[in-house]
Every structure is written in C-alpha cells, then in structure tokens.
Design a binder for this molecule. Sequence first.
Ligand code: SF4
Length: 471
Amino acid sequence: MGGFFAAALKTDCLFDLFFGTDYHSHLGTRRAGMAVYGENGFDRSIHNIENSPFRTKFDSEMKEMKGNLGIGCISDYEPQPLIVRSHHGTYAITTVGKINNTDQLAERIVGSGTHFLEMSGGTINATELVAALINQRDNLIEGIRYAQEEIRGSMTILVLTPAGIYAARDRLGRTPVIIGRKKDEGFCASFEAFAYQNLGYSTERELGPGEIVILTPEGVTTLVAPGKEMKICTFLWVYYGYPSSFYEGVSVEEMRYRCGASIAGRDGFTKEDADITAGVPDSGTAHAIGYANASGIPFSRPFIKYTPTWPRSFMPTIQEKRNLIARMKLLPVHELIDGKRILLIDDSIVRGTQLRETTEFLYQSGAREVHVRPACPPILFGCKYINFSRSTSEMELIARRVILKEEGENVERDVLEDYANPDADRYHRMLDAIREQLGFTSLSYNRLDDMLDAVGIGREKLCTWCWDGRE
Ligand code: SF4
C-alpha cells in the first residue's frame, strides 16, 4: 500500500507535512519522502524506513526544508515523490495505487521517444510511469485524467506545482482522499483523516471517485467533477485503515464493532460457550470488542503487543529466525489464557500461517479451546486493484489451497462461486478443512452481506473482489 499527505499553507508547511506524513506510517514499510516548493524552488528528500521510523529519518529535513506547499508519502514500493521537469513545467509527484499493465504502457511511451530509469530488479518506478503518462498530454489536468484512464488497476495522485497541489482520487475511488481546512491558514489533502486532526485542521470534505482538485492556501477548487461509480476498498475498514479514521463518512472503529456484533449475532455463543473474547492485535481487537459487547462474553487481552520497540515496519534480517521474531512481539498473559475457552477474532485469514501459530501459542499457554471468527469472509481472490499487503498470489491463500486439493487445477467459475456462498455445502466443507489444518476448535467467518451492512454505504459502492471475485 502506501499513504500520503499534502499541505498548502500561507506560511511554512514543514511542521504539518512532517507529522501529517508520519501519521501514515501504518500504510507502508519501505520508503518515505517529502517534497516542498517555496521561495527557493523545489526541494525533496527520500529515505528507507524499513528499520527506522519516519520521524527519526526525517528529523533533520524538518528543520532544513522550507516551503509553503508540500507533499509527503509513505511507500511500500518505489522511492517517491519524484521531481519531474516537463513541458508542464517542473512538478513533484507522489502516487498510491497499482498498475497492472506496466509493460504495455512503458512500451508505448518508450516508442514515443521517452526513456525510463530501471529500478533494481529491472522494474520501472510506477510513479515515474504515471509522470510519463501525464506528460503525454497538453496540460496537467488532461495528463492526470489520461494516466488514470490508461492505467489498469488504480491510481490516486498528488502533483505539487508552484501554482498549487493537484489531488486526484482514483477513478473508482478505491482509496480515499480527504480535504482538511486549517482556519485562515490553508488546506491539506490526506489519505487518512485523523492525520490532520491534531494539527489543527477540520474536515472540509472527501473527494469523490475520479475527482481532481487543486489546493492553494486560499482554497480548494474542483477541476474535474467526481464520477458516479465507486468501488472503494472494503479492506480499508476491515483491516488496514487506522481505527480513528473514517472513509465515506463511516468510522473504521465503529464499523469493526458492527462486524463483531454481526458475527456474534449469527454465532449465538454465550458465556456458556466461551470464557473470553479476544482479538488478534491490532485490527482484530475492535472486531472483538463488538463481539464481546453483543454476546456478553467478556472482552480480554490474553496476549499483548510489545509496542515500544517493535514498530510495524520491523523486518528481521535473520531469515531463519523470522517466524520466531515475528512472534516475539506478542506477550502472553498466562492468567487470562490458562484453562480458558477463547473466542478469538482476527480481521481475516490469508495464508493461515500466523493464525495457526497464534493458536498454537495459546494452546501452549494453557488455553482449552480456541474458537476462531475472522471478521471477513474467506479470501478467494488476490487483489488486482491496489498494492495490498494482505494480498498474495492466489494459490497461497489458504482457501484456494483447500479448493485446489478438493477440485484440482482450473476450477470453473461457478464452482468458485459455490465456495464463496455461505449457504453452500462446498463452503462448509472448505471451512472444515481450514479448521482442521489450522488446529482451531471451531471456525466461522463473517458473511459478506453482514460485513457490507457493517460498512453501510451500499453494496454497489464497495469493492468485494477479494471475497466473491465480482468486479
Ligand atoms: S480486491 Fe480486496 S483489497 Fe483489493 S481493492 Fe478490492 S476489497 Fe480492497
């Protein structure tokens, strides 16, 4: 994934840009960058943040960079923002999205006489490709629209120019852009709404799908009106959005409570069936609170993350100890586990490896039963729209591995649809196989209809590809 923050202020924007960007650190683990424009022109800095947090890496830039217009990003992939000199003038650009037709687009552009620098591994910097597409048109607005139309996948873009900051939400609004206003000082554009709240901004509005605006210290002007169709990523609420955020006016934390409550409602478990409700930190916790409140089975924290020195971005370099190190940040509270029947909620099951290890860890710590309740349905399809960290090659998904074993390769579409249908026999056989493989006492997933109701903005506006393979 990735996240971004932009500020257009009457005064220097570095303080806001620094903290606003830092507040997106949960969305990416590899690189971060800031670009500003001010009296001295453009300035830009990029650092690797794999083993050190954004604030540490950019501390000196906060004091040295100057400008009243700025964009910043946290990126899981390419280094950005990039500074581009073009017939549009010089601009800085940062993007969040995924390009599935990189080769075709790059060939077309190389054919027109432009070249690309290769990144390590022979890949092209996706943001550079977006800039090259933008440069194919006569003006920036046409260029941004052209890039978004040509890209298969999704693309949300910030472009910093001397005249202001262009913010363009992806055509189908898979990822959000929210505008904040700082009294008489200016405006910001942010992936996460909470990122600006402590900086003195209030929410102005959310951009619609495909909408393009320009931010200046004086105002926010729509240049391209929003489209009607939307397919925002449902996983924003279920897993990777920050609890204090909202998208399309729907709070992440509240949605998770509703998800937990709907699982509890279908389950019918009471204090007779389980002793405690617990969530896998971090995102499982809110779903578990919803379950506990609805079922009456007390919420408790049988294992706790050691957060002070274990940032989410920590990537162990000792390969053979990776699994052990990943577990070391979880500390058991034995008194809450020993002899207990635990109702355990996680946001989702992807490969199943982590949840199997967590369950083993609970058994080793004395748990009698572990009943697992993922907050979303079985994931059957890899994400093709955004660079989503929970997505993986389809055949690594535990649900697909089980289907492969049952059905062999080249499974027909209607068979897959059966596996996505919670009322079908195939679905229940798949659940039994997963439960057995991962060692759970019982397993029951949230249903797609319940999860979409928990968001509550209308099924047609939500992307559900991961679960039902529908566009
Ligand atoms: S496929 Fe899944 S992860 Fe990707 S945008 Fe859709 S809901 Fe989000």
